[in-house]
Write a protein that binds this ligand. Structure first.
Ligand SMILES: [Zn+2]
Length: 511
């Protein structure tokens, strides 16, 4: 008997509808699987047959053909286990399922019939909810992801046995309707342990620079001796960035859902706080920008709507850093494969930290630098001009004054700083209404000129400064953009000399 079961396959972060067609007939017993399956899918037969045996049903003894359609799409992973099992059970008349056409199945099976979570369920749920009143049948460990998509009708089970039981007793009784993000908002998920600026005493100039960076979504670079607190300061950043909107939460969570390890039963949490990703400097191209045989998103995509922080910037492989230029310009990464091109969103604020020289003490007043001038030069040259060109704010981090170690006083809290950042972002939202930009950092040069409205005197100051420091045209506009953000932070319409001279301080490197 022929039966068709609906399911989904993941391609990048897109969920593509797939049908599992099962035909079981009398004849010489055998099993054929066609339709571009990868190894994990080809092996699913063993898992599925064993799982079905665990619920005391028998589907062997037939001549069985399984086709995965569309046939030209490469099917990957283990999410097709459950639809295949259900397909075999109905095609051999072991179970009877009413309304089979309105059900969409995904899930991995273990040999003893347990249902294990798969990756990308949020993408599948989003794709399904757009269309119809279908019901998504998923492993219980994926329930939290499905519940994020408001209005989605879904059903979850811990094992094949439980799933079959529900199907036989009538699906409608077991269907749940997802509440959407409302359910998470009230819970404590939002309060993540982001370090707070109130515990960072001193370093006022660095904090101010990060406030400006956060307000205009500028990329930043911190240069300072080892142990000066560069990383600590940067880690506080998510606490002063505006809260994520519902759309941003879904966008980012969706990428994280596709990146999770299939079969990992740890509870999956929606990403409610802006991500702060810190890839190690030994990171490969694939782990940073995504790809690989499983086509998983990389760190740059996982940092979508948040911060990608590269500590020890010169230690990164240069070609890996160059690959980041595409997402920094486009806000997305494309990876080409024989099977097609996959695009992942990757709009992040890039942060980086580095020592001033290989030994690290070139800027330290108390310790002597032991590096040869050439070594220092070579070290700094590891970062290419074009990359440096995209980093608007570059500050040096002075070593902490030892008198401040004993200080008990608290500094201004992240919540206070965030208020100013959000206010500056509001001004930008109004400014860019109807344009393709969202923040000052994204402005084109024409737009920058138009938005900055310099007085004659201020313009003279800017041109002189650019001349004196040998700024490129791009460098000049970068100066104006940062100046625009500083003026936004004090709610001023016009950019003044004071704003530009503060912006001039944010260039520890010149380019
Ligand atoms: Zn040195």
């Amino acid at each position: 008997m022929f039966r068709r079961i609906r399911s989904y396959c993941l391609f990048g972060i897109k969920a593509v509808p797939v049908s599992v067609e099962v035909d079981a007939s009398q004849g010489l017993p055998g099993f054929t699987l066609v339709g571009l399956p990868d190894n994990a899918v080809r092996e699913s037969r063993e898992r599925v047959i064993s799982a079905i045996r665990s619920i005391d049903k028998v589907v062997t003894g037939f001549r069985t053909t399984v086709n995965l359609s569309p046939a030209d799409l490469r099917k990957e992973g283990s999410a097709l286990d459950l639809p295949l099992a259900i397909g075999l059970l109905v095609a051999t008349n072991e179970i009877e399922v009413p309304d089979l056409d309105s059900l969409v199945f995904v899930g991995e099976l273990s040999l003893d019939g347990l249902l294990k979570p798969v990756r990308g369920v949020l993408s599948m749920a989003m794709s399904l909810s757009e269309k119809s009143r279908n019901v998504l049948v998923i492993p219980r460990a994926n329930e939290q992801e499905a519940s994020l998509v408001e209005g989605l009708r879904y059903m979850c089970a811990d094992s094949l046995g439980e799933c079959v039981g529900m199907l036989e007793s009538g699906v409608l009784r077991c269907v749940k309707v997802a509440e959407g993000l409302k359910s998470c908002r009230q819970s404590a998920l939002r309060v993540a342990d982001v370090p707070d600026f109130k515990n960072v005493v001193g370093m006022e100039c660095v904090k101010r620079a990060l406030e400006v960076a956060a307000a205009g979504a500028h990329n930043f670079l911190l240069v300072g001796s080892p142990g000066a607190g560069k990383t600590l300061c940067a880690k506080c950043l998510p606490g002063i960035l505006p809260e994520m909107t519902d759309v941003e939460i879904l966008e980012t969570t969706r990428i994280h859902s596709c990146a999770r390890t299939a079969g990992d039963s740890d509870a999956f949490k929606p990403v409610m706080v802006r991500p702060f990703r810190t890839p190690h400097h030994s990171a490969s191209m694939v782990s940073l920008v995504g790809g690989g045989t499983r086509l998983k998103p990389g760190e740059a995509s996982l940092a979508h709507n948040g911060v990608l922080f590269l500590d020890e910037l010169p230690e990164f492989n240069r070609s890996v850093l160059e690959a980041l230029r595409e997402p920094m310009e486009e806000g997305a990464i494309s990876v080409s494969r024989a099977s097609g091109t996959v695009t992942w969103p990757a709009r992040f604020m890039m942060g980086a930290a580095m020592n001033p020289c290989p030994c690290g003490y070139a800027m330290d007043p108390k310790r002597a630098c032991t590096c040869l001038p050439e070594a220092r030069k070579r070290y700094q040259e590891k970062i290419s001009g074009p990359l440096l060109d995209r980093i608007d704010i570059q500050v040096s981090v002075p070593p902490v004054d030892s008198s401040q170690f004993a200080s008990r006083s608290l500094a201004e809290s992240s919540a206070e700083i965030r208020k100013r950042v959000c206010m500056a972002r509001d001004i930008q939202r109004k400014r860019f209404a109807g344009s393709r930009f969202k923040t000052n950092a994204e402005m084109s040069s024409d737009f920058t000129k138009e938005c900055c409205r310099l007085s004659r005197e201020t313009e003279k100051f800017a041109v002189n400064a650019a001349d004196r420091m040998g700024l490129s045209a791009r460098g000049y506009y970068r100066l104006l953009k940062v100046g625009r953000t500083i003026a936004d932070l004090r709610k001023s319409d016009s950019v003044e000399i004071a704003d530009l001279s503060e912006a001039l301080r944010y260039r520890a490197f010149r380019s």
